[in-house]
Design a protein around this ligand. Structure first.
Ligand SMILES: CC(C)(COP(=O)(O)OP(=O)(O)OC[C@H]1O[C@@H](n2cnc3c(N)ncnc32)[C@H](O)[C@@H]1OP(=O)(O)O)[C@@H](O)C(=O)NCCC(=O)NCCS
Length: 147
């Protein structure tokens, strides 16, 4: 198996979205549009990666940092290529780049019912946080700030 790990570039958007759509447990949203991913990659260059075999995208990880903590937003490996170490390789590359940027802790979000995903992260040494609850809300576009 000849696997290449390389930076996720915007020309791969269609291939990567197509892959993530085949990965149960990857929650896609409007933030994953072409414009959304392009903007994210511009803010976080060289921190997201794809795994390719003979030019075909079989794994993809979206990650970056806010200057304080790292965040892995999506990770998916094609069902035909799982349990071959690709997920681990993608995460290792990402953490190496985040570490080189001075980031000392990385977070990720995972659905409670994603047993395979939870087992994967645990096997890589990630700690489940039962002391934290994630809260979110939408922001209207064009919302006015004010004094
Ligand atoms: C989770 C996922 C990315 C793992 O990718 P992968 O390439 O199969 O993972 P690896 O081969 O690198 O696995 C490394 C180790 O993780 C553990 N692991 C991986 N998948 C597992 C599963 N489904 N059940 C239990 N343990 C698992 C194993 O210990 C494995 O080592 P081993 O194969 O030597 O036993 C892949 O299953 C996937 O895309 N799932 C759907 C999307 C998803 O859940 N993404 C994560 C949510 S953020």
């Amino acid at each position: 198996m000849n696997v290449t790990i390389s930076p996720l570039t915007i020309d791969l958007h269609d291939a990567v979205i197509g892959l993530w759509q085949q990965c149960e447990g990857v929650g896609l949203s409007e933030a994953d549009s072409l414009e959304g991913i392009e903007s994210y990659l511009e803010r976080n260059p060289g921190m997201s990666f794809v795994a390719t075999i003979d030019g075909a995208v079989v794994g993809a990880l979206l990650a970056g940092h806010d200057g304080r903590r790292g965040y892995i937003h999506h990770l998916g490996v094609h069902p035909d290529h799982r349990r071959k170490g690709l997920g681990r390789l993608l995460v290792e590359r990402c953490l190496a780049v985040l570490g080189a940027a001075g980031i000392r802790k990385c977070h990720l979000f995972i659905f409670n019912d994603n047993e395979g995903g939870i087992a994967f992260w645990k096997s890589l040494g990630w700690t489940h946080r039962s002391d934290i609850r994630v809260a979110s809300r939408m922001i209207e576009s064009g919302a006015k700030g004010g004094p």
